[in-house]
Design a protein around this ligand. Structure first.
Ligand code: ZN
Length: 185
């Protein structure tokens, strides 16, 4: 599907969005290690794309989902935190992150079954555009800041297991490897 995408235009892009996109990619998929590209124009199609992204997020019972996790290599992510509305961030920039840090347990729809403490800034100020192409700035702390930073990392090809010590990361990878082997048996 990725090769096909390089060959040409609209129809293939359609394939790309509507086939690849519903399926959440998991650890080992190259899309998760790549840097996503800026969205050139936030056209009306981003309303549909955002809706699908949010639906997929809900279906996975997650609180954040980024384009690369569904094979959409563009700078877009969705978050939906309890008590808040779903929010879309397109072409986000981190304006400020706090010096103060916070240790919180993280998980990821692309790394199912793994939860571990990660230290990140406690609060963040971010500027982005929504699905209608309207710019906004948001200041967040606690869980929301955490989800924003986690999802922003996905746009850079960084996973939360890249934010823990090498020893911890190796333990997680070994655990995942074991899970895959036991599924095969
Ligand atoms: Zn994630």
């Amino acid at each position: 599907m990725y090769e096909k995408r390089k060959t040409n235009g609209l129809v293939l892009r359609f394939d790309f969005l509507y086939i690849c996109y519903m399926h959440i990619l998991t650890l080992g998929n190259e899309c998760l290690k790549e840097k996503a590209l800026p969205v050139k124009t936030i056209g009306p199609e981003y309303i549909g794309i955002s809706e699908e992204l949010i639906n997929t997020l809900h279906e996975g019972k997650g609180i954040g989902l980024a384009g690369p996790q569904v094979g959409l290599m563009e700078r877009i992510f969705a978050i939906h935190i309890e008590g808040d509305i779903p929010r879309i961030f397109i072409n986000p920039s981190l304006i400020e992150t706090s010096q103060e840090t916070l240790k919180l347990e993280e998980g990821c729809l692309s790394i199912p079954g793994i939860y571990t403490d990660v230290i990140r800034p406690r609060s963040v100020k971010i500027q982005a555009w929504n699905e209608k192409g309207r710019p906004f700035t948001l200041e967040a702390d606690g869980i929301m800041a955490r989800v924003i930073l986690h999802e922003y990392d996905h746009l850079e090809g960084i996973l939360f297991i890249d934010r823990v010590s090498v020893q911890k990361k190796n333990r997680i990878l070994a655990k995942m490897e074991k899970a895959v082997v036991s599924r095969r048996e």
